[in-house]
Design a binder for this molecule. Structure first.
Ligand code: DC
Length: 218
């Protein structure tokens, strides 16, 4: 039986940073499920599909073959055989993913892939519905959050460090909008599983959060 660590939480809570570090220490694979939803959104954007048209999303998503590979320990998302890691991190793709991930066909396709990965490997998997839907029997479940203000500040710091000029108020508004979409959708909404441990990282360091999760694995 594989060992499964599920980390869910809202956009910008630091899930991927934390999950990567925990995976490295435990020598597990890290599965970034958001990247899969982003790859699907990128495909739908490139195909000029209206994200609000459920039927169009449903039929178009059948044309996206999404797979995962690991190269030098890094997750590489392949969309119809092409590495899309470099093009899925934009706000545009993230916002599209938040809408198109509401579609049940999109979720069905990606959830199968996520369950397969977790059945074959010890995993740290992060997303929105991992503890509630994808891996309900996970050994450790964490709901990682932080205030919208802190999450916006972290994102602003990240973008500014890369030389991208941005407006912190706009970032915070986008974060709040994305939270609402992800928490209030019909299928697999973002919520804390009853048996998940809540970690609010607003005033914690990355090291403290990593240690808290490692302690839960003992
Ligand atoms: O974690 P992220 O920002 O890369 O995720 C992008 C979007 O994908 C997010 O707003 C909602 C969706 N998503 C999802 O519905 N279920 C997941 N397990 C992961 C992401």
């Amino acid at each position: 039986m594989s060992y499964q660590i599920a980390i869910d939480g809202p956009a910008g809570a630091g899930k991927s940073t934390i999950a990567k570090k925990v995976a490295k220490i435990k020598e597990f694979i890290y599965v970034d499920t958001g990247a899969m939803y982003r790859a699907m959104a990128y495909f739908l954007l490139s195909s000029h599909v209206d994200p609000k048209d459920g039927k169009a999303v449903e039929s178009a998503c059948a044309g996206a073959d999404i797979t995962i590979q690991y190269r030098n320990g890094e997750q590489v998302v392949l969309l119809n055989g092409e590495n899309v890691n470099g093009v899925i991190r934009t706000e545009e793709v993230g916002n599209m993913a938040s809408i198109t991930s509401q579609n049940h066909k999109v979720r069905e396709r990606l959830t199968v892939l996520q369950k397969e990965l977790a059945a074959k490997n010890n995993v740290v998997m992060d997303g929105r519905d991992i503890g509630t839907c994808v891996l309900p029997g996970a050994d450790v479940k964490v709901y990682l959050t932080a205030s919208a203000r802190v999450r916006a500040q972290r994102r602003w710091d990240e973008l500014t460090a890369k030389g991208v000029s941005c407006d912190i108020k706009q970032i915070e508004e986008d974060i709040v909008k994305r939270d609402q979409q992800d928490m209030n959708r019909e299928i697999a909404p973002l919520k804390q599983a009853p048996d998940a441990v809540l970690i609010d990282s607003s005033s914690m360091t990355i090291g403290e959060v990593v240690q808290a999760i490692l302690d839960l694995c003992k």
